[in-house]
Design a protein. Sequence first.
Length: 233
Amino acid sequence: MSASKPSKPLIGISTYLERTRFGHWDVEAAVLYRGYLDCVVEAGGNPVMLPPVGTWTAETIAFLDGLVIAGGADVDPAAYGADPHPMTGEPRRDRDDAEFALVEAALKLDLPVLGVCRGMQVLNVALGGTLHQHVEGHNPAPAVFEHTEIEVSKDTALHGILGDRTTVQCHHHQSLDRIADGLRVTARAPDGTVEAVELEGARFVLGVQSHPEQDVEDLRLFEALVGVARRKA
């Protein structure tokens, strides 16, 4: 007898491999900032951590109801045909490969997707876009977030979620350059930096340059993702 499906949508979240200390151990581990987990739970979903190992295809993630591509390290510029800028971090090709595969699989399944910071950049590169490898003013200091008011375009999914304007928390030194075919810019910072995109024709594929997981009191983006995922579940 097969197990019944959970009543709460299963939301996969990409993770990363880092050397990590916990208990008596100092080892390589798959890690994720807890805010992602808490936001998914508070929004009504069940989080599932997806490490950058194994094989991610439409078949292997078909059990999910939604997907979050989390923030993190710079995308390898080789993925969009560029040489590395002096300020670009060391490539994390294991994570790049895994997350490109997750995006491809999710789009094939028409899963709702939320890309966060690096996750928005992964979405753009996966669909054929490019990145500015270094921008100033959005990364004040290690572990310090810049509070930025963004303006949201009308007649977009994001506008229905956030309204005309909202203040977001940013921590990035790269941003979207050439926008991939099919993606629409839906929000910008005062300096013109692309702050959000969405995939035209999809049920829900949204990328934000900010970090909504940093504020568990503002669940609007995660609630929107879980709400669409619930209709699949």
